[in-house]
Design a protein around this ligand. Sequence first.
Ligand code: ZN
Length: 404
Amino acid sequence: MRTRLTLAAFVCALGLNAVSAAGCPEHFSPAAKERLKDSIDVEATEHQLNVVYFIGSDSEPVADYERRISELLLYLQQFYAKEMDRNGFGRRAFGLARKQNGNVDILLVRGAKPAAEYSYDGNGARKCLDELNAFYAAHPETKRSRHSFIIMPTLYNATYNDDTPGGVPFFGYGVNCFALDYKDFDIKHLGENSHKGRLLTKWYGGFAHELAHGLNAPHNDGPASLNEKFGMPLLNAGNYTFGLKPTYLTPATACIFDRSETFAPKGDQTDFYNGGAPVPRVSDAKLVFGDDTLKLTLRCHGSCRHLIAYMQDPPYSINRDYDAVSFVGEMGEKRADGSREVSFVIPRAELKALHNDTQQLELLFVGEEGNRSRWNMEIHWPTVLASPATLGIPANLNPYRSGY
Ligand code: ZN
């Protein structure tokens, strides 16, 4: 692994002739060069995202996939880095390994079965992951991190083709996520008022959103004031707005990426997602309501880098959680015993997109090693408003591990 990193650094240096000062390879399309001309330098990472192009035994990659996917990924990496920077984390994004010519180093894997076997409906994601894991086991040097972004060409049958792409897995799935490729999946159509432009927004916005899931981020909405300022959160309906209308990363999503493996700066030796790391413990929790604002304070013991609170209307299940308005807790100084006080301020005015009398307050604990744990309770607003004061929150909470 160390040899490989050294080699990657060497290749980057060699690649200077092929990559312009803005980091844009010479063979990229004029449209990509235009999109990337205000590129910022993205901080080097300790680990890189595995970008996998997975094809069936009877199919070939879509023409020019390396250039097209590289352009789309680099533009997306810029979006992530600029948003992380705006959120106070520096110019950080998911790391990408590059080839000498500036393309993203995409791992082409041919499956054992015909493409039709890897369909969305036919449990294609599971079949693909089983084969991919076997491939990584046989070729460990190709695995750069735990996170894999898997791209499959559209199916070609009576329903799907390059004009109506689909039929393959398209979702985030733990540390893996799936997107698709088709002939006109090209950054030159971004923002175009045409069939190809609308198709691109649909699939590229989805590509951006699903990748975020594969990098640990759940759905969430922004507080009303941030939405007014920055537009649509990527992890809300940003898949429909990315590249067309203002789209942003909420502070909560940025906190999760801060401790996501492929964002770790070079030299960060964290043992990410170490299953042995204990779940944080909470004491002294207090929730009060006054001045039309919920105020939550608590003391977090154990590995607790960030703490996020979500408020949402029912139902609360996955994919019914786009409306979860997110707030980042202010972290106090670490005490000698390692614990930190955390405080949240949640003005009701920031929740104006929510309407139900009963809402869920959920806490997401993000550990130093990227593990996530959760705890939740319901808040019945008519009761709170009738007798505002201390709300019934247990002083000692027991979060449960929800991710790695
Ligand atoms: Zn989603």
